[in-house]
Design a protein. Structure first.
Ligand code: BMA
Length: 332
C-alpha cells in the first residue's frame, strides 16, 4: 500500500502487534517508558518529542517541576526506550541576528522536534503574555538557539513539516485562548525565513458527529510524508461530563497543498484505556507529540503523554493507519 518517503530506521524501537489484537495501534508492553520522577525535580514528564540522532536517539521533554512550572529539557537514549534526561532545562541563546529579547521566558510546554535540511527545529507552546509558538533550533542537542515566536498569542501545537512546501517552511498550529480553550481548529502557515509567517490556511476543524473530535482538534507529531500525501496524526477532544478526554486519530493531507484534506478518520485510532492513561494529574489524556518512522518497513512508533503525568510508547504501521481510516471514514 502506501510508502513512507524518508529514511530507513532499522533500530526503531518496535514490538509486533499482539496476535488477535484488532485495533490499529498497540501499546509497548512495558509502558510507561518514562516515569513522572525520572529527574530529581520533576512532577511529571509527558507530551515530549524524540528524533533519531547520531545513530541513537535524542529528544526534547516536557518536565513540569514540583512547583508545577512547565519547561523543556534535552534527553538522550541508545534504544529510544530508556531515556536519560538532563537535570537542567534547555537554555536558549538568541539565534544569530535575533534580538536577545527573544529568549525571554515565562513557561514552555508540549515541544515538537523536526529535522529540516541541516538542523533540528524545535517548536513549543511558549508563554509570551499568553501562549504562542516558540521556535528554536539545535545541531547537537547541546547548544540551542531561539528565534522569534512564530505568531502572536494565542496559539498552541506548532508542528513543522519536515521539508519546505512550495519553497517555504510550513507549520500547522491551533489558535487558542489564554485558558483551557473550549474550541480548536487546525491551521496551516508558511514562512520563507522561519521569521515571518503568513499564507494562513484553514485545514480542518471539529466534527459535528464524531464525538471524540467534537470539542477541539490539534496537530500532533510531525506529519509523515507518504507517496499518497501527508499522513497526519492529530489529537481530538471530547467535552465529557467529567471534563476533556484526549484521543488521537489520522487524516491524509494533500502532498503539494497540505491545507487540503484528502481523507480523515471517523474513529479514533488510540485513546485512554490503561490505568496510567485514565489516572494521573489530568485523567483521560493520550497526547502524541512525536513518531519515529522506518521507510523500509512502514513501521511507526508513537510517543505520547499519558494523563499529563508519564510518557508512553505505541506502535502502528502506515498500512494499519490508512486502512483503518478508510474503513471508518469521516467526510471531508
Ligand atoms: C492542553 C495542553 C496539553 C495537555 C492537555 C490536557 O491544553 O496543556 O499539554 O496535555 O491540555 O491537559
Amino acid at each position: 500500500m502506501a510508502k513512507i518517503i524518508g529514511n530507513a530506521l532499522p533500530n526503531i524501537p518496535w514490538q509486533d502487534k499482539p496476535q488477535g489484537y484488532d485495533k490499529p495501534v498497540w501499546r509497548y508492553d512495558h509502558n510507561p517508558i518514562i516515569p513522572r520522577d525520572l529527574i530529581p525535580t520533576s512532577n511529571s514528564i509527558f507530551n515530549s518529542a524524540v528524533v533519531p540522532f547520531e545513530g541513537k536517539f535524542a529528544g526534547v521533554f516536557r518536565c513540569d517541576n514540583r512547583s508545577v512550572e512547565m519547561d523543556i529539557f534535552a534527553g538522550f537514549s541508545d534504544d529510544g526506550i530508556n531515556w536519560k534526561i538532563n537535570h537542567e532545562p534547555i537554555e536558549f541563546q538568541p539565534a544569530p541576528g535575533c534580538d536577545p529579547c527573544v529568549t525571554r521566558k515565562e513557561y514552555r510546554y508540549d515541544p515538537r522536534v523536526c529535522w529540516i535540511e541541516d538542523r533540528y527545529y524545535i517548536t513549543w507552546c511558549n508563554g509570551f503574555h499568553g501562549p504562542t509558538i516558540g521556535v528554536g533550533y539545535t545541531y547537537d542537542f547541546k547548544t540551542f538557539y531561539q528565534m522569534e515566536n512564530a505568531y502572536l498569542p494565542y496559539n498552541r501545537n506548532g508542528v513543522m513539516f519536515p521539508k519546505k512546501i512550495n519553497g517555504n517552511f510550513a507549520m500547522l498550529s491551533r489558535p487558542s485562548d489564554t485558558g483551557h480553550t473550549p474550541f480548536g481548529d487546525i491551521f496551516y502557515s508558511e514562512s520563507p525565513d522561519m521569521t515571518y509567517w503568513g499564507k494562513h490556511r484553514y485545514v480542518f476543524g471539529t466534527s459535528s458527529h464524531s464525538g471524540w473530535q467534537s470539542k477541539k482538534v490539534g496537530p500532533g507529531p510531525i506529519p509523515i510524508e507518504t507517496d499518497e500525501g501527508w499522513l497526519m496524526i492529530y489529537h481530538g477532544v471530547l467535552n465529557s461530563c467529567n471534563g476533556f478526554v484526549y484521543r488521537f486519530g489520522v487524516a491524509l493531507l494533500d502532498h503539494e497543498k497540505p491545507w487540503i484534506v484528502k481523507e480523515r478518520g471517523n474513529f479514533y485510532v488510540f485513546g485512554p484505556e490503561e490505568s496510567y492513561e485514565l489516572t494521573g494529574d489530568v485523567p483521560n489524556v493520550t497526547f502524541p507529540c512525536a513518531t519515529l518512522t522506518d521507510a523500509d518497513t512502514g513501521r511507526i512508533t508513537i510517543y505520547y503523554g499519558a494523563a499529563d503525568t508519564v510518557t508512553g510508547m505505541a506502535f502502528t504501521t502506515v498500512d494499519e493507519l490508512l486502512s483503518y481510516m478508510r474503513k471508518y471514514p469521516h467526510e471531508v
